[in-house]
Design a protein around this ligand. Sequence first.
Ligand code: SF4
Ligand code: SF4
Length: 269
Amino acid sequence: MIKESKTALSDRIISRTIEFGACMAGIANVEELKESPSHTISGKQTEFSGVGTKEVDGKKKGKVIWPEHANSAVVIAVEHPRYAPDMDWWLKGLKGGTRGNAKLMSVFAKLAKWVEAETGIKCIKIPYHIEHGGVFMKDTAVLAGLGCIGKSNILVTPEYGPRVRLRVMLLDLDLPSTGMTDFDPCKDCEEYCRRACPQKAFEKQIYSKETFGQQKLPGRTGVYSRFTCNLEMEKNLDAGREVVIEGTDKTGKQVKFCRRCEMACPVGR
Ligand code: SF4
Ligand code: SF4
């Protein structure tokens, strides 16, 4: 039996995630999340196979399967600062894939233990990939008040700019969303992110409000092409090299994925 108000509980959950190592945290209500732009557009888009997507038999790409009893979503961020690029390097065989994701997973392992012991609320740990049971994390972060979707099509936070990585855990408790904010650094910006793209992934109008029936589109104005961005990701994969996995005698392929749009953004520098 939970004796405190939902706001007090939500505040306690958020402050615990920070103690456990996240740099930002918030909560999104699942019913609101289902209506967020990525969740509503995903079913209308052409199926996308690219770096980071997974083939799962019988599952449509990009379709979120909501677990039973998922009523709210805790979203956390860890910083991937410019001075620590290795946080972001993907290494096959490393737990979590990157150092950043390993940190995010460890925060949620501690949080789930605490929430269940302290409140009895069931925590539903979900994977990163949509095809394996994940949800759209950027939209979760926006609803939770962590930042806004920039013209780069990635989350931009006031404190760290776009140089963060996210992870989501679902709760069997109907908590209200802790966002959104009116933070918007892109309005008067010279679009350094878009200009930095080696593949010109923001050059063409791909989506329109009329065709997709919604106001909020990828890259804000419907110009972001994940197909074009994926060309760079494939190049990055091909350029990967075998390295020793720390703490083991094994090797794995290390890949440094493109972050030029992120690095060019002046917010949070
Ligand atoms: S570079 Fe400018 S337009 Fe691009 S995400 Fe950052 S603030 Fe927004
Ligand atoms: S990640 Fe690289 S290729 Fe993809 S949109 Fe950003 S700058 Fe362009």
